[in-house]
Design a binder for this molecule. Structure first.
Ligand SMILES: [Zn+2]
Length: 285
């Protein structure tokens, strides 16, 4: 499938290939070393400067509205003052227990933190953490969700794109004034992104609207330290590009290059930080 450039930033599908254990171990090691450092200034390793500049130039020449687009993940975090809310679009008939609901929430938060933690203390980023909260679940049939508490809002058979979704009046993708006047729960129960889980889907997609992948993939990877497709798609939410048709000089394995790394690498981290470097003036930082 292809990338879509309308109101969404990116709608990209990726197939992730199996990796050797060695490659995964090296990538994890690279990430741990760099994330621990979190240098306060823009100071990438010298060998990454050229490929980072190539990536930014490529994005400038291929993104239609790179500097004018106002719904990157960065924008959403700042509008909220440092958190993100989610709707889970459960496009599956598989039952979800309260326990599974909570594990999905926890895994989403844990994986998101792998990206946002690399910003802590870096280049005038103001947040010590970016809490992730699931505020709603959307399903076709209420009986699919096997809980009766009120911890999340539940939306039944509200269909768009042939999949259940939470109320549009509560969604950042649809409402941009930050007020959510027509959302029953108001600002507190609005959602910025959707975690869209589709039965039988391979690969994934990501954009300003959230991340999409197979429901089985997500559930089967609840025990994985790095949920590769989710991490890749979160990268898209924050503007990062795909690398299907070219490769920056001197770097060959990173999570945004589908199939080349199971986890976030040092190059991914610096591409992420490069987005912040280029956008931070819009937040007065
Ligand atoms: Zn992609």
């Amino acid at each position: 499938m292809s990338r879509s450039w309308m109101r969404t930033l990116l709608g990209v599908v990726v197939l992730v290939l199996a990796l050797s254990g060695t490659g995964v171990a090296q990538a994890e090691q690279a990430r741990d070393v760099t994330a621990a450092a979190n240098p306060a200034t823009w100071s990438p390793p010298s060998n990454l400067v050229t490929p980072l500049n190539q990536v930014w130039s490529h994005q400038e020449s291929t993104y239609g509205n790179l500097y004018g687009f106002r719904n990157y993940g960065w924008d959403q975090v700042f509008v909220n003052g440092g958190y993100l809310n989610f709707c889970v679009r459960w496009d599956s008939s598989a039952p979800v227990s309260a326990s599974l609901r909570d594990r999905i929430h926890a895994k989403l938060a844990e994986q998101y933190k792998k990206w946002t933690d690399v910003m802590v203390g870096h280049n005038n980023w103001p947040y010590a953490s970016v809490p992730i909260k699931v505020v709603g679940w959307a399903v076709r049939d209420r009986n699919t969700l096997q809980w009766n508490d009120n911890s999340v809002d539940i939306y039944v058979n509200n269909i768009r794109e042939n999949a259940p979704q939470c109320a549009e009046a509560c969604g950042r993708f649809f409402v941009r004034d930050g007020q959510y006047r027509n959302c029953p729960g108001g600002v507190a129960r609005h959602y910025d992104q959707s975690l869209w889980l589709t039965a039988g889907m391979g690969g994934g997609a990501g954009g300003d609207w959230g991340q999409r992948m197979g429901s089985e993939y997500f559930v089967n990877n609840l025990g994985s330290s790095s949920m590769t497709i989710l991490l890749h798609e979160i990268g898209h939410t924050f503007g990062l590009d795909d690398f299907y048709d070219w490769t920056p000089s001197g770097v060959s394995n990173f999570i945004m290059k589908a199939g080349s790394s199971a986890s976030i690498t040092e190059f991914d981290i610096w591409m992420f930080r490069d987005w912040w470097r280029h956008l931070k003036s819009r937040y007065g930082r």
